[in-house]
Write a protein that binds this ligand. Structure first.
Ligand code: ATP
Length: 236
């Protein structure tokens, strides 16, 4: 098991956003977390990446309790997040944004290799290598955010709403790339509103409702689950 979220609660002041959730991610998997607005998906990601402290429970990575480890040191351990709302540095070029993703690394030759890999996955970014991040289209910024997370050479890649704001064709493309990244050996945890795509790509998935995990199963099982269909796939 690569990641284990064990009975985790998290509060924002007095508001309890996570009510004791348990999720695990095995090495090599793509795991999806789906749920409605405000269910706690981004909060779960913040708990894993260390941007927000948990109130109780434990988060283990490769068997080690990292609940109290600083966010930047979690990156060093191999947990890299592509943030919600894209979060590229607007004044920096595409290349500089990608370099930022590798700021904790010192292995320059491998960094150069990984940049080439990002450009192979996203040829569009190579064409725009000197362009400022803030002037890229929404889809290109999304690609850059994923590319930047990959520059950390993650063991676990956390993707928060990678399809947000993208046209249907680009959504398809970004999920194709997620599948490819996974096939190249990176474990992925993806939070998504686009349940259809996420479930059809994920090995396993969890459904989060108001801070509780209410369902889990294989992506295919959840895709055919009547309650999931009605609530998240727009099928009665
Ligand atoms: P969405 O799909 O809309 O992004 P989500 O599932 O990612 O939703 P979260 O952003 O994790 O949901 O929010 C979970 C709950 O925690 C919501 O009720 C939200 O209002 C609350 N919340 C999130 N961030 C804060 C904060 N900084 N302060 C107070 N409450 C917060």
């Amino acid at each position: 098991m690569l990641l284990e979220i064990d009975n985790v609660t998290l509060h924002y002041g007095r508001i309890k956003a996570l009510h004791g959730i348990s999720i695990h991610v095995n090495e090599g998997e793509v795991v999806a977390l789906i749920g409605a607005n405000g269910a706690g998906k981004s909060t779960t990601m913040r708990a894993i990446s260390g941007l927000r402290a948990i109130s109780s429970g434990a988060i283990r990575f490769q068997g080690e309790d990292i609940s109290k480890v600083r966010a930047d040191l979690r990156v060093v351990k191999g947990i890299c997040q592509s943030p919600e709302g894209r979060g590229v540095f607007p004044g920096m070029t595409v290349k500089e944004n990608l370099e930022m993703g590798a700021y904790m690394r010192r292995d320059n030759a491998a960094i150069a290799e990984d940049m080439e890999r990002v450009f192979t996955l996203f040829p569009r970014l190579k064409e725009r290598i000197k362009q400022a991040g803030g002037t890229l289209s929404g889809g290109e910024q999304q690609m850059l955010a994923v590319g930047r997370a990959l520059m950390g050479r993650p063991k676990l890649l956390l993707l928060d709403e990678p399809s947000m704001g993208l046209a249907p064709m680009l959504i398809q493309q970004i999920f194709n790339i997620i599948t490819e990244i996974n096939q190249q050996g990176t474990t992925v945890l993806v939070v998504e509103q686009n349940a259809q795509q996420a479930l059809s790509r994920a090995h396993r998935a969890y459904v989060l409702e108001t801070g509780n995990i209410v369902k889990e199963g294989s992506g295919a099982d959840l895709l055919h689950d009547p309650a999931v269909k009605a609530a998240y796939l727009g099928v009665a």
